[in-house]
Design a protein around this ligand. Structure first.
Ligand code: PLP
Length: 342
């Protein structure tokens, strides 16, 4: 049986057309700047996101790290959300490798950081304090597309407080599709934006860091230092080009499938579904404690993969179609009928 993997949108496999693009990619040594396919990907990414330049990185974690290292110096500080990837899920790289102090703040329910709270957190210019240099946001955050009117306030806010702005845009194309706007519209306020090619866009590897030329040149030096200078990387960059040219518009299907999944699961009495208006390709469900032990293994027996636990994130992507959603909803129904009968 065909496996349905709802654990993440990172699990997508390259399509036959993407593999073909990879196999026929023209390559060179990218550390010399000689790989035409990497250069093409970087130019394409920069153009789409509305920035001067872009840098291809092996992962989103590295793209975010390069942004922290490029904006901040030793003893500087960045403000980020408590559950932000850049703070919580990147092994503390900014602190370990850059001596950059994180200042986490709680996210608001809509995935924003309250700008009054951010302003109150910025440290005064005083030698007792770290220098607050950078604000990091995330779009989407837990599958929520940040509100447009919020994004529109950011440039002025950054200028007023002399803060640089970085966007962890791992899923920025999902946000653009959700709002029905050009992706560059969501990036203008930010000095740098990272974007994953290896999530819903379906490439096997890679992210881009986009920004102004001097910042991207600084990031290039840091990338070399942390071991991210790759050689005939055109092989994987070709997958990124294919993803950006063929897999952006179709993200709408993932959002539609997530909405279908949420609707189907809502009909199961013991499942609480959190699915906000601003959601993109993620559905969050809460199941009773007594379901925790059995649910994921019951589904795994039917080749449906979900995380274990009682609060569960389900992610739709390129390899999840409508019938996969229907099969999942049906299997969940069965599980809970048995559970309530036992
Ligand atoms: C996945 C992700 C990243 C980058 O992750 P990598 O696995 O290193 O590519 C960054 N931010 C967010 C919000 C993510 O979901």
């Amino acid at each position: 049986m065909h496996t349905i993997d709802l654990r993440s949108d990172t699990v997508t496999k390259p399509t036959p057309a993407m593999r073909e693009a990879m196999a026929s990619a023209v390559v060179g040594d990218d550390v010399y700047g000689d790989d035409p396919t990497v250069n093409e990907l970087q130019e394409l990414g920069a153009r789409l996101l509305g920035k001067e330049a872009a840098l291809f990185t092996p992962s989103g974690t590295q793209a975010n790290l390069l942004a922290l290292l490029s904006h901040c110096e030793r003893g500087d500080e960045y403000i980020a959300g408590q559950h932000a990837h850049t703070y919580k899920y990147e092994a503390g790289g900014g602190a370990v490798l850059g001596s950059i102090q994180p200042q986490p703040l709680d996210f608001e329910p809509d995935g924003t950081l309250d700008l009054d709270k951010v302003a109150a957190t910025i440290k005064q210019d005083d030698f007792h304090f770290a220098r607050t240099r950078l604000l990091c946001l995330e779009n989407t955050h837990y599958g929520l597309a940040l509100p447009l009117d919020y994004i529109d306030q950011l440039a002025a806010f950054g200028a007023r407080h002399n803060l640089r702005l970085h966007l962890d845009g791992a899923r920025i194309f999902n946000a653009a599709i959700k709002h029905g706007v050009d992706v560059s519209r969501l990036c203008t306020a930010f000095d740098t934006v990272s974007c994953c090619l290896s999530k819903g866009l379906g490439a096997p590897v890679g992210s881009l860091l986009c920004g102004d030329k001097p910042t991207i040149e600084t990031a290039r030096r840091w990338r070399k230092m942390v071991g991210g200078g790759m050689r005939q990387a055109g092989i994987i960059a070709a997958a990124g080009i294919h993803a950006l040219t063929h897999h952006v518009e179709r993200l709408q299907e993932d959002h539609d499938n997530a909405a279908r999944l949420a609707d189907g699961l809502r009909l199961i009495e013991s499942v609480q579904v959190d699915y906000d208006e601003a959601q993109t390709n993620m559905v969050f469900i809460t199941v009773p404690d007594k379901a925790e032990a059995g649910l994921s293994s019951f589904l795994a027996e039917q080749s449906i993969l979900i995380p274990s636990g009682t609060r569960i994130r389900l992610v739709t992507h390129l390899d999840i179609d409508r019938s996969a959603v229907e099969r999942t909803v049906e299997a969940m129904h069965h599980f809970f009928i048995h559970l309530s009968g036992s």
